[in-house]
Write a protein that binds this ligand. Structure first.
Ligand SMILES: NC(=O)c1ccc[n+]([C@@H]2O[C@H](COP(=O)([O-])OP(=O)(O)OC[C@H]3O[C@@H](n4cnc5c(N)ncnc54)[C@H](OP(=O)(O)O)[C@@H]3O)[C@@H](O)[C@H]2O)c1
Length: 293
């Protein structure tokens, strides 16, 4: 069994981006600039945005964090997005999800300039991804593709089982794995909360991507010998033994599943760091495409 180490793979991507930034500076060009919008004070969202801002600093990107009150209206949020769309220095805009219930996430995402939509959630970028055209690929599935590539995991002809069909993880993951090229060329089964015989389907999976948000849902009995298991889940569970008071749990029962796998991602240290590296890559490409192509 080999661990798909997201910390290590993301570090090599960040090292390459640092060199790219040094090259831009040496040529007297601007550095990539990411703007993140954080609405309210959800603890997990605060952590994720802080990690993204820190990663920008690490590779030499500029970042701007725009904070808004939980009670902000859709119109005010749309104003913020319009200003960021019009700001020539900003290359990437991300809105940390989830947004408060009174705001339509899709309306907000639709307002982002697709050329700055580094999360890849805008309908025109989703459409391009489905058509296999160059675009911003949503950071988590893109990060998983980069991780498979980094460890040269064979995907051609494999049966991939994706558990979860959300717009941000499961659905794009299924499209990417079924696409042509590498990583890809899988035969994909997408599972969700209405799927029957899920355990049996999982057992036939050469690759399992667990993205449902249910701690330790995938057990050893659901995984065949030699499978590749990608654990996307991050759920905070109360853990008084931790300083923070909580522990992060993946969707896979790692301890019992790992011995059966050819490759497996840990939580934390697997998909999480790759998501951030993928976001940085999207932001770099946006900067180059918008300013220097
Ligand atoms: N590591 C990272 O960087 C990263 C990034 C994003 C998300 N995540 C984590 O990944 C997990 C999934 O995130 P998400 O945003 O995709 O979640 P989501 O929007 O809640 O979607 C969950 C999906 O799982 C399905 N599902 C739920 N319970 C199920 C069950 N018992 N059996 C089969 N399918 C079930 C749901 O089916 P229905 O469609 O039928 O409801 C839905 O499609 C969460 O833990 C999240 O924190 C991690």
């Amino acid at each position: 069994m080999q661990i798909l180490n997201g910390k290590e793979a993301s570090q090599s991507i960040k090292d390459a981006l640092k060199l790219n930034v040094a090259q831009l500076l040496a040529e007297g060009k601007k550095v990539p600039h990411l703007a993140a919008i954080l609405v309210g004070n959800n603890g997990a969202s605060e952590t994720y945005v802080a990690a993204k801002v820190k990663a920008c600093e690490e590779v030499g990107f500029k970042s701007t964090l725009v904070r808004a009150e939980e009670s902000i209206t859709s119109l005010k949020l749309l104003d913020i997005i319009r200003d960021l769309n019009n700001d020539e220095d900003i290359d990437g805009i991300l809105v940390q999800l989830p947004l408060p219930k009174h705001i339509s996430e899709q309306e907000i995402i639709n307002a982002i300039d697709p050329d700055k939509d580094v999360d890849g959630f805008h309908p025109s970028n989703v459409g391009r991804m489905v058509l296999g055209q160059p675009t911003f690929i949503p950071a988590t599935p893109y990060g998983i593709m980069l991780l498979l590539e980094h460890y040269k995991v064979e995907t051609k002809g494999k049966h991939a089982v994706v558990i979860g069909r959300s717009h941000i993880v499961g659905r794009p993951m299924s499209i990417l794995l079924s696409g042509s090229g590498y990583p890809g060329n899988c035969t994909v089964t997408v599972c969700h909360s209405h799927t029957k015989n899920l355990e049996e389907i999982c057992r036939s999976g050469d690759i399992i991507v667990a993205a449902l948000g249910r701690p330790e849902f995938v057990t050893a009995e659901m995984v065949k010998e030699g499978a590749v298991v990608i654990d996307v889940g991050i759920t905070r569970v109360v853990d008084p033994s931790k300083k923070s008071g909580f522990a992060l749990k993946g969707d896979v029962d790692y301890k019992n599943v790992a011995p059966k796998c050819s490759f497996i991602t840990p939580v934390p240290g697997g998909v999480g760091p790759m998501t951030i590296a993928a976001l940085l890559k999207n932001t770099y490409h946006s900067c180059v495409k918008r300013n220097y192509d």
